[in-house]
Design a protein around this ligand. Structure first.
Ligand SMILES: Nc1ncnc2c1ncn2[C@@H]1O[C@H](COP(=O)(O)OP(=O)(O)OP(=O)(O)O)[C@@H](O)[C@H]1O
Ligand SMILES: [Mg+2]
Length: 308
């Protein structure tokens, strides 16, 4: 059995989370699907079918209103590999985000393969998910989004296996809580997501156009090998100008090493121009390619024998 620490609001009179509770008319909680560092996610029944509800404890009304507006603005982004948000509202003590209900996360899948099957995720399946998340990032990162009268890109800021949700053969990126609008090659950004996946420039306080690609490459390495490509960053405040040691890529097959090394380059400009190119080169290094079957579904096949 998995142990989840409780993430509950401390606001007096906060909404009581529990099976059967109704956080919106006709929406009834069924069971907890997971807890992260800041929120609790429940599976619920709604008039439109099963949904996932994320409960984020909040107390300060000013911050809450900002948080709701920020989530709403990201909810409007539409891409086949971004998790769809159905609605954002508040109940006492929580901001609630309603979204599509996934089967699990990429982290769950990795653990299932490593712990239960004793093998890594098959390369073609992992390559498919990598390509899909790369597509979502290229969409988000491109300076094509209108925000407060400006055309901006977004760096997601928290690319990691537990923020990629799975729906059968489809992977979708979720959690825009740390997304930063970018309007130039270096956007100041005081907050960062999970340290082990963050690019060095992010740990030094700014986002570049290729910062998410770095996180994607770390995630790929973790999923491919079960290990990080460098030792953990120190805890506590990082020294100014912190640099990671060069990645140790000895656990990945030789053909993939130069591809990963480029996506993990310390200087943002030395990485691939787009995450999609990184994903394509990862597949190519394994003799794989992305294709579409007659029904339009994307799949990864052998480049030598592409008929699925
Ligand atoms: N839409 C969803 N459908 C099904 N399960 C979900 C959904 N969203 C999140 N979960 C589950 O809930 C867990 C908690 O999600 P949450 O985003 O709060 O934290 P996290 O991403 O795991 O970690 P952290 O808080 O460190 O970012 C996830 O790991 C996942 O197992
Ligand atoms: Mg998450």
């Amino acid at each position: 059995m998995t142990f989840f620490p409780e993430i509950r609001s401390t606001t007096p009179g906060a909404f009581a989370l529990g099976g059967g509770a109704e956080p919106a008319p006709g929406v009834r909680l069924r069971r907890v699907r997971g807890r992260g560092g800041f929120a609790e996610v429940w599976e619920a029944d709604s008039p439109a079918g099963p949904v996932a509800l994320k409960f984020m404890p909040c107390s300060n009304t000013g911050t809450t209103a900002r948080e709701v507006r920020s989530i709403q603005s990201f909810a409007a982004l539409d891409h086949p590999h971004l998790v769809k948000t159905h609605g954002v509202w508040t109940v006492p003590g929580y901001v609630v985000v309603g979204m599509e209900l996934a089967e699990g996360t990429l982290l769950d899948l990795m653990l299932l393969y490593h712990n239960d099957l004793g093998q890594p995720i098959p390369p073609a399946q992992l390559g498919l998910y990598l390509s899909q998340v790369a597509g979502a990032l290229d969409f988000l990162n491109a300076r094509r989004h209108e925000r407060a009268g400006r055309t901006v890109g977004f760096q997601h800021g928290d690319v990691k296996p537990n923020n990629v949700l799975l729906f059968g053969d489809t992977a979708k990126l979720t959690d825009y809580g740390l997304a930063t609008p970018t309007h130039g090659p270096a956007t100041p950004c005081p907050r960062h997501g999970t340290r082990d996946y963050a690019a060095p420039e992010v740990l030094n306080g700014y986002q570049a156009d290729t910062s998410d690609q770095y996180g994607l490459a770390v995630m790929y390495h973790v999923l491919r090998t079960g290990a990080f490509p460098f030792p953990p960053a120190p805890v506590g405040e990082l020294p100014k100008g912190f640099v990671r040691p060069p990645p140790d890529l000895s656990l990945v097959p030789e053909a993939e090493r130069p591809v990963l090394a480029r996506a993990l380059a310390a200087a943002p400009a030395d990485r691939f121009p787009k995450s999609g190119e990184f994903a394509r080169r990862v597949l190519e290094a394994q003799g794989l390619m992305l294709t579409r079957s007659a029904d339009g579904a994307a799949r990864v096949v052998s480049a030598k024998n592409p008929t699925p």
